[in-house]
Each structure stands twice: as structure tokens, then as C-alpha cells.
Design a protein around this ligand. Structure first.
Ligand code: DGJ
Length: 742
């Protein structure tokens, strides 16, 4: 990996074995983008890549020069209104009402490693050799605003992490009204756009379209990164598939309002912007103050979508997630939510826990309803003290009982919310986000605490940390069950109200930071009514996230397949739940529910006492299987082989780092009568290893499985044959392949 500056051609070249990123200082001092793509050899001068032409009816920067028009030049951090009419990366409202700025190159510095982003989640390095960072300083002389553009290139993989810092070195305050983290101008628009969209219980569905002239965008103005659009975009060439071809993934490391957009101009060039949603953001920057944007990560590959995802997985698993649980296989848990909802007593919980322990479960999680006056969703949020009618010895007493059973104990919180029917709200009615003299909207009868205020965060921290100190708690599920409305903080002056959405998220990060520091061995799982905040920002604090409230195995195929585009399997919270399923009322076989959930963190969301003896035996086997293979399932290299969005069958697989163990998950939604033969070509195996298929006992060399494929034909389709159990709808199998000693 290298970052090189060629003085004579004023060109920067960041590269490693996979990728090159080339920029130049333009004749007006702005920064121009020359190339981003597969690694090319370095040389002194790439100026031929700067195409400027005199297009008719343009505006030009210099008199007597009809070639230099910013709207026809690819740039790094463009501004609006000085010959570029595309959407800008930055906009600054100045004292005189002007929004024009002119950011010219001042200096640059290259450093080893990667600097931290103060108060914000970001990818990191563990040694200076893992990355290099280029910081380019630009300055607008009239306003005195300095912009520092940070580019970190990692030693391995086509990864570039970017962020921007603003410093007001001028004499007057300004207002930042747009401060994107990333701009990438590309020379053509011949890409297919792929986004992860959905809604509650239907998160991360893959949607594709070809880029078209104009602006296409995804984003959130809900205060959370949202179920509706994940902060992740792929631009891929039309012939790119999972196994081959070029793609660029854009991921925004943030949990609040965002926008990722692509603008195709009249000449078919493309501008990608990613950052804080400008429509809900404004930041007052006083003299001497600075502002740091969140990080945006770009991954380039020429080896297909699986390779792009694997690059993200590894980065986010090892260099975004942190702490004790980062590299550890995740405990198999039993969560009581779908088993009891609000209707439980301590004895009922212990009855569920005993059976769970008997089956091999390691962690019992007590979900919503254990605190204050919380017997339904209308009361109690904000009062993080145990309800003694339900839990006579409090949380500490219950945790002790769980430990005595041989189980770890976990607890649900929703720290950012209050019900009006709570002591916390009665004491601090002005601590919710609400606009003066206007009605305040609720979501699930709850109101959003003003986490932009340090005293509010402090008060919640006090309550949560007290419980964590008193009780043996090994896991926290941090929920967030509504989006923000009437986003106004009574603690900030009128001219700072545009800062509230971002300050709110900074408050959430601050609370996470304090708790994860003080309780480093507690496993945090983030949640926002399922996947409403499944984003890289959260993964920095909580290495796993509840992917969806929809726990139906068929629905989960699409949700988990889509989620895996960016996020590692070790982060995908997935459980076996009861049938008929509580969201779609579908009956799926127990083994299929487990076969889907095991490509995730794995657990049970039901009362195992309600299962038959036969089913319990199956559950015990599932848990034993998961314990044996969870390292591979959660931390192995993951490949998508057949998409649930394209047909009746889904296939995916995980391969251990040493390539000696592979698990292939095969799922078929509807049964097929008189079915065709099916097979699937596997990935990631060692061509020379001899793998035994533990289902069939047959041995195959890796090259057979890679090139001929694994036969998945269903011998029972059509009619029940002999002893074999007939398949039904929602059938699935896990094929275990183990390499024998050579
Ligand atoms: C929404 C979560 O996604 C569920 O798993 C559960 O924790 C409920 N909230 C509890 O209110």
C-alpha cells in the first residue's frame, strides 16, 4: 500500500494490490478526480485523464478560456454555483447570505495508520502497517473555512475510508448546510444500482435498477438509519454477478439521517455523494470551531458481489466491531419476547430457562416488560428499575438464579425512550424532543428523549450502569422502537436547532461508548424494531444486531440474504421461533427454521416447554450442531450461491479459513412435484482437498464441487419413496463438507 504525491504533475496516487485512487490539483486549486478502480501501476503523470472540453452553452471559470468549466470536470469535493450545476458535496451559508465557496489546495500530509474520529464510530487499525492516511487541506480564503479531506487506504482489499473535517479559521460564524462525507465522480454511468430497502419486518430486500439521467437516491429522515433504506449502495456493471465482475459498494458508518445519491448528468458522467442528509442538517460553526463528518467506506472489486461482501464482512467484523466479543463465537440464547410478550412472572421465566438449559442454551434474555409499570407498551419506559411484583428479588436476584441454573443472563433496554406514564417523564417532562407550542407525536405510545442533552444521557447512563453493576448481566439488547418527530431540543438556541438530529446520534454513541468501556465483557445487540438501525455505526459498539422482527424462516431468507450484502454473518441476529409464525402465521418445519437461523447469531424466541419430546430432541441436536460449527458459520467466508429474489431455491455457504470445513445451506420455498435435477456450483473450497459430504458419505475433490457442483436434487419430490421422509413446502438442508487428511 502506498500514498504517493507527484510534485510536478500535482497528482496523488493511493494504491494497494487491489485498487488505485488518483486525484490531481486542478488549475483553479480545487481537487480533481482522475481514477478509481482496479490497481494500475504508478507513474509520474496521469494528467491525460483530466478531460476538459469546451462544450457549448457552459459557464467557464476563466475569461479567454472556454475549456475550464467545473460542470464538466470530475472533482473530489465540489461546490455549487461556480460553473458546476450538479449537487455539491458541501454548502456553507456565510454572514452575507452567500453560499458560494472556493476550496483551494493548501497542503497535504500522509501518515501511517488511521486517525480516530472523535465521538464517532469508524473503522480502525491495530497496527500502523494496516493502513495509510492522506489528509488534504483545502481553504476558502473569503470565509476562512478549511476543509480537511481524509482518505485512508487499507493494506489489503479495495477499501477506502473517507471523512471530512471543517475548521472555521475565519472571522465570522458560518452555517454548514451540507457536509457530505464522500463524493466520487466517475467517468461513465454504465452501472446497475442496487439498494437494500424494505420496512418493518421486511428489511434489506434487494432492489435493482439501471442508472438514468438525473438524481437517484436513498436515505433516511427518520432519525434512525431506518428499515426503509439501509445506508448501503452498490454500483455494479451490468454483467457483474455474485461470482465475477466490477462493483463498488458505498457504506455510511452512521445511525441517523443520511443520503446516498447518484447523479447522472447530460454527458453520462456520474457523481456519487454519501453523507448526512442535508435537508435535516445545519451546523453553526463559530470562529475557531471544527466539525467532523461521519465516515463513508468504499469497496471496489473486480471479482463479483460475493467478493465485495467478503471485503466488507472482514473489515466490519475485524476493524469496525470491537471488544471482547469481536472474535468470539456468539452464545446461543433463548429470548422470552415471542414466548411471553408482557405476560410473565419470575417463575414463568425460570421455567422457560430451565428447559432452555436442558437443551443446551447458554444465555437467557429477558426482553421488554421487566421494569417500572410496564405491563403493556403504554407505560414504564424511562424507569429502569425492576418491577418487584414480577421479579421479587429484582434483576440481580433473577440473574443469580439464571447463573445458578448454569445460564448467562441478558436484559432488554430501550434507553432513548419514555412513556408519559413513567416517573422519569413526570420528573422531566421537558426532556423529550418536542417543538414548543406544538403537539408532540407518539410512536407506540412512546416519546423520544432528547439525547442531544448531556444531562439526559447522564441520567439514563446512571440507571443502566447501576443495574449492570448490581446484577450479573452478560448481554444487553438495546432497542429503539420509533422514529423521531418534532425534532427540537429545548436546550439549544433557535439557530442551533438544525443540529439536533446529529447531536441526538452523538448522544446515543456517547452512551454506548460509556457502557461498553465500563462493561467490556457485556455483549451488546442493537435493535430498532428489528432492523431499523442495522448499520455500521451500531456495529462499532454492538457487534450484532437483531435483523428483523420477522422471524419466519421464509421471510428471513430474503432479509438475511440482503443483509449479507454488507454485514458479516456474525452480526446478523437470527432466532428460531414458534409456528404458526407470529408475523406471517406460516408453518415451517423446525429444521428449516434452525437451518436459516444458524447462518447468524442463533437462538430461540419461544418457550421450549411447548415443544414435543421429538421436537426437543431435534432442538438439542440443533444446538449441538451450532456449537460445533458456529465458528465457521459466523466467522467463515460467506458466499451467496442462489438468490431468494430470483427463484424458489436459496443457497448460501460458509467456508472455514483453512478451507477444511464448509457448510452449505439449501432452502426451497415451495415443494416441486416431479422436480428437475438440481445442483449448485460451490465456492471457496480448496480444489485439491477431498471433502466428505456428511449427508451422503460421498467424497468429492474440491474441484468437483467447484466445477461440477453439489447435487441438491430432492429424491422424494413427486411421491414418498421407501423410508425417506417426504419433503414438504419450506424444505431445507445443511450439507456439511469436511476435508479428510490428504
Ligand atoms: C422490538 C424488538 O425488535 C422485539 O424483538 C422486542 O424486543 C420488542 N421490541 C419489545 O418491545
Amino acid at each position: 500500500m502506498s500514498i504517493i504525491y507527484h510534485e510536478t504533475s500535482k497528482t496523488f496516487h493511493l494504491y494497494n494490490d487491489s485498487v488505485s485512487y488518483i486525484m490531481t490539483i486542478l488549475q483553479n486549486g480545487h481537487l480533481g478526480q482522475l481514477y478509481f478502480g482496479k490497481h494500475i501501476r504508478d507513474k509520474e503523470d496521469f494528467s491525460y485523464l483530466l478531460e476538459t472540453c469546451g462544450r457549448p452553452m457552459s459557464s467557464y471559470v476563466y475569461e479567454n478560456d472556454r475549456t475550464f468549466s467545473l460542470e464538466h470536470i470530475r472533482q473530489e469535493y465540489p461546490v455549487f454555483g461556480t460553473t458546476d450545476y450538479r449537487q455539491p458535496a458541501v454548502e456553507i451559508l456565510q454572514e452575507n447570505g452567500s453560499r458560494i465557496s472556493d476550496f483551494q489546495y493548501q497542503s497535504h500530509a500522509v501518515s501511517k495508520g488511521k486517525p480516530k474520529l472523535n465521538g464517532l464510530p469508524a473503522t480502525y487499525v491495530e497496527s500502523e502497517e494496516e493502513a495509510e492516511t492522506l489528509c488534504i487541506t483545502l481553504k476558502d480564503k473569503v470565509s476562512g473555512i478549511c476543509v480537511k479531506l481524509f482518505y485512508s487506504i487499507f493494506a489489503k482489499g479495495g477499501i477506502l475510508a473517507r471523512s471530512v473535517q471543517f475548521c472555521n479559521e475565519g472571522n465570522a460564524l458560518v452555517r454548514l448546510s451540507r457536509a457530505m462525507s464522500l463524493c466520487l465522480d466517475l467517468p461513465d454511468c454504465d452501472y446497475e444500482w442496487q439498494q437494500l430497502s424494505g420496512c418493518w419486518a421486511r428489511e434489506c430486500h434487494i432492489h435493482k435498477r439501471n442508472l438514468a439521467p438525473g438524481i437517484q437516491s436513498i436515505g433516511s429522515m427518520r432519525g434512525n438509519s431506518s428499515h426503509e433504506q439501509n445506508p448501503f449502495l452498490v454500483l455494479k456493471r451490468r454483467n457483474t454477478d455474485e461470482r465475477r465482475g466490477e462493483a463498488i459498494g458505498f457504506s455510511f458508518v452512521y445511525s441517523g439521517n443520511f443520503r446516498i445519491q447518484a447523479e447522472v448528468d447530460a454527458h453520462e458522467t456520474l457523481r456519487v455523494l454519501a453523507g448526512l442528509e442535508p435537508d435535516t442538517f445545519e451546523w453553526k460553526l463559530d470562529c475557531g470551531e471544527s466539525f467532523q463528518t461521519p465516515e463513508a467506506v468504499m469497496v471496489y472489486t473486480d471479482q463479483g458481489l460475493n467478493h465485495m461482501s467478503q471485503t466488507f464482512h472482514k473489515l466490519y467484523q475485524k476493524r469496525l466491531a470491537r471488544g471482547y466479543w469481536r472474535d468470539r463465537a456468539r452464545p446461543i440464547l433463548n429470548n422470552n419476547w415471542e414466548a411471553t410478550y408482557f405476560d410473565f412472572t419470575e417463575e414463568r421465566l425460570l421455567t422457560i430457562a430451565r428447559k432452555a438449559k436442558d437443551c443446551g442454551v447458554e444465555l437467557f434474555v429477558l426482553d421488554d416488560g421487566w421494569f417500572g409499570a410496564r405491563s403493556n407498551d403504554r407505560a414504564g419506559l424511562g424507569d429502569w428499575v425492576a418491577n418487584r411484583e414480577r421479579l421479587p428479588q429484582g434483576i440481580a436476584g433473577l440473574a443469580d438464579k439464571m447463573e445458578a441454573l448454569g445460564l448467562k443472563f441478558g436484559l432488554w433496554f430501550e434507553p432513548e425512550m419514555v412513556n408519559k406514564d413513567s416517573d422519569f417523564y413526570r420528573e422531566h417532562p421537558d426532556w423529550i424532543l418536542s417543538t414548543p407550542n406544538r403537539q408532540v407525536s407518539h410512536g407506540r405510545y412512546q416519546y423520544v428523549l432528547d439525547f442531544s442533552r448531556a444531562e439526559v444521557v447522564d441520567a439514563i447512563y446512571e440507571q443502566m450502569s447501576r443495574i449492570l453493576r448490581e446484577a450479573k448481566i452478560s448481554y444487553i439488547k438495546w432497542d429503539m422502537n420509533r422514529s423521531i418527530t418534532e425534532c427540537y431540543s429545548k436546550a439549544l438556541p433557535p439557530e442551533r436547532q438544525g443540529e439536533v438530529y446529529h447531536r441526538y446520534i452523538l448522544g446515543v454513541y456517547d452512551l454506548y461508548d460509556r457502557l461498553t468501556r465500563e462493561f467490556p465483557e457485556v455483549l451488546f445487540e442493537s435493535c430498532a424494531s428489528g432492523g431499523g438501525r442495522f448499520d455500521p455505526g451500531m456495529l462499532y459498539y454492538a457487534p450484532q444486531a437483531w435483523a428483523s422482527d420477522d422471524s419466519d424462516a421464509v421471510e428471513r431468507l430474503k432479509i438475511q440474504y440482503g443483509t449479507s450484502m454488507c454485514y458479516p454473518i456474525s452480526s446478523i441476529g437470527s432466532h428460531v421461533s414458534v409456528v404458526p409464525n407470529h408475523q406471517v402465521f406460516r408453518n415451517t418445519p423446525l429444521h428449516t427454521r434452525a437451518n436459516v437461523a444458524c447462518f447468524g447469531t442463533f437462538g430461540y424466541e419461544l418457550d421450549l416447554n411447548k415443544l414435543t419430546e421429538e421436537e426437543l430432541a431435534e432442538v438439542k441436536d440443533q444446538i449441538a450442531f451450532m456449537k460445533k460449527y458456529r465458528e465457521v458459520l459466523q466467522f467463515g467466508t460467506f458466499y451467496r450461491l442462489k438468490s431468494p429474489f430470483e427463484g424458489n431455491e436459496t443457497v448460501w455457504m460458509a467456508v472455514s479459513e483453512d478451507q477444511k470445513t464448509a457448510l452449505v445451506g439449501w432452502y426451497r420455498v415451495l415443494n416441486v412435484v416431479n422436480a428437475s435435477y438440481t445442483r449448485v456450483r460451490l465456492e471457496g473450497l480448496h480444489p485439491e482437498y477431498c471433502y466428505q459430504n456428511l449427508q451422503t458419505g460421498i467424497c468429492h475433490y474440491g474441484d468437483e464441487l467447484l466445477h461440477v457442483g453439489l447435487i441438491t436434487s430432492d429424491e422424494t419430490a413427486g411421491e414418498a419413496s421407501g423410508d425417506s421422509k417426504p419433503c414438504t413446502d419450506f424444505e431445507s438442508r445443511i450439507y456439511v463438507l469436511e476435508a479428510k487428511e490428504r
